[in-house]
Write a new protein. Structure first.
Lengths: 149, 149
DNA sequence: CCCTAGTCTTGACTAGTTCAAGAAAGCAGG
DNA sequence: CCTGCTTTCTTGAACTAGTCAAGACTAGGG
């Protein structure tokens, strides 16, 4: 389903052992960007039978530490992962269904990274999360009101 | 310790019943901005004996819904609360110790609220979190290296 | 003062994640 | 190709933060 050799190359480049579990995890995050751990676990098990949940947690942590994955966690959401790690892009999150989409930086390469007074903190990253309503939910809201409790 | 009448007034203005628990919760968040629920629970119990954790959770939810509190949750952190709700300010979070400080908007009243392409999402808020190292941790890091594992 | 809706207490329960010990597997060197 | 060391995976228990639900209590309008 996924080009395994390419993924294998990525793992070796990051000095990580190539295991079926890791390959499957990385492939899963590629095909399911912004998915949560449980969804990824299912996807991985569809590829490699009998993978333990701990292996998936471990792989996700390792791959994140190696810079192959990026971990995102909007308030009130479980942890989600994506493979776009190089660019400092941001996210829009739907308040209603929790879906996430990528948003490129609006103002140049690293906007908003100029806080007025950071109280002596040494800032290395500015994370921006846009909150709103996704197309599907805003349509559902206006057309079929009173459906949700 | 806190001006209870003032807090009472705030509660009534928000059409909420005035209970000892709520007053204590609101006072606790005032004196301990950015505190997590557990810290607040302890603070509340110091004022009013035997308060249940559920009452604190309920109060925090109710007060947040009424706009008297703002709930923040940086990735990897538990939920925290603060009383500054009117202005759209942001936060700096220490990667090392997790401490949080307020940061006022850098560019005008609502910066960064102009995402380039929001994929059809209707955006109503832009949340900015600055990640870095707090003064205490950066000092500890440079002077007493090798202390932490 | 009484009534009722809203709030609090008590205690069980859940989801998501981490911890720990031993078995299995990757891969460098011979 | 085989060996052995080290990392990774499996298994299964444990933990934390938070939620659910039933009944007792109480704020505040009448």
């Amino acid at each position: 389903m996924e080009p395994a050799p390419e993924i294998e190359r990525l793992l070796r480049a990051a000095d990580l052992r190539v295991t079926r579990q890791r390959v499957a995890v990385l492939a899963a995050v590629r095909t399911l960007p912004h998915a949560d751990t449980d969804t990824l676990l299912r996807a991985v098990r569809a590829e490699v039978d009998g993978v333990s949940h701990q292996a998936v947690y471990d792989s996700l942590h390792t791959l994140t530490a190696a810079g192959l994955l990026r971990r995102i966690q909007p308030a009130g959401s479980v942890v989600r992962y994506e493979t776009r790690t190089d660019d400092n892009h941001h996210h829009v999150v739907c308040r209603s269904c929790g879906s996430v989409a990528d948003v490129d930086c609006a103002v140049g390469p690293a906007p908003c990274l100029t806080a007025s007074d950071t109280h002596g903190f040494v800032v290395d990253e500015a994370e921006v999360i846009f909150w709103g309503t996704c197309p599907a939910c805003s349509t559902a809201d206006t057309t079929t009101r009173e459906v949700a409790p």
